[in-house]
Design a protein around this ligand. Structure first.
Ligand code: PEP
Length: 249
């Protein structure tokens, strides 16, 4: 199907200048598959974006972890899409569960953010995923479909979107989804795209998995036919991120 493997590293709200320089240096020294095989995007906190962008190897790219929902202005504490574009930041992560659940971002708000960021020329890693309670009540697919629908209703071009399936119960818990659990939801999401957007978007959109991915479990997950890569939190701050990138091979 020609979906290039995608590995994102979400550094979340972590790091000092020294720590960031160390991670960049580890990444820069790493032997990894070529850009034809894997797309690597790391996402430092806003304040470190220029440092990382200017010191990172050219075959790796950077993403912001969030952006404001519309044109910047009187929105204290926010960072606008225009600012990211101005700094040549190509990617942004939107709808991460920590923002949905802790900051109260609704499906509609996330959908608006995705639409605005795409319209201004950013590429988007759009996150969806269910809580443990939702999984146990059997509503996983309803939840991720509603999250995806709020995006699909607001955009017409999916070529700059990577969809990240991140079950909330797996994020930062060490409790990774089994390859079968990940594959099941990824396939359902692809079918949802086929039924509600179109066959081409379903076939070409990368659906990546996130939630306690590490160097030990990445290979088996990557072998699933509908797992097109990873969004990695904790392990992206460690040298094992290189092993996760190599899962693309
Ligand atoms: C994340 O925050 O997107 C994530 C997947 O975190 P972790 O890998 O630490 O579970």
């Amino acid at each position: 199907m020609g979906r290039k493997f995608f590995v994102g590293g979400n550094w979340k709200c972590n790091g000092t200048t020294e720590e960031v320089k160390k991670i960049v240096s580890t990444l820069n020294d790493a032997q990894v598959p070529s850009q034809d095989v894997v797309e690597v995007v790391v996402s430092p906190p806003f304040v470190f974006l220029p440092l990382v962008k200017n010191s990172l190897r050219p075959d790796f790219h950077v993403a912001a972890q969030n952006a404001w929902v519309k044109k910047g202005g009187a929105f204290t504490g926010e960072v606008s899409v225009e600012m990211l574009v101005n700094l040549d930041i190509p990617w942004v992560i939107l709808g991460h569960s920590e923002r949905r659940l802790i900051l109260g971002e609704s499906n509609e708000f996330v959908g608006d953010k995705v639409a605005y960021a795409l319209a201004q020329g950013l590429k988007v890693i759009a996150c969806v995923g269910e809580t443990l309670e939702q999984r146990e009540s059997g509503s996983t697919m309803d939840v991720v479909a509603a999250q995806t629908k709020a995006i699909a209703e607001r955009i017409s071009n999916w070529s700059d979107v990577v969809l990240a399936y991140e079950p909330v119960w797996a994020i930062g818990t060490g409790k990774v989804a089994t390859p079968a659990q990940a594959q099941e939801v990824h396939l359902e999401l692809r079918k949802w795209l086929q039924a509600n957007v179109n066959a081409e978007v379903a076939a070409t959109t990368r659906i990546i998995y996130g939630g306690s991915v590490n160097g030990a479990n990445c290979k088996e997950l990557a072998a699933q036919p509908d797992v097109d890569g990873f969004l990695v939190g904790g392990a992206s701050l460690k040298p094992e991120f290189i092993d996760i990138i190599k899962a693309a091979e």
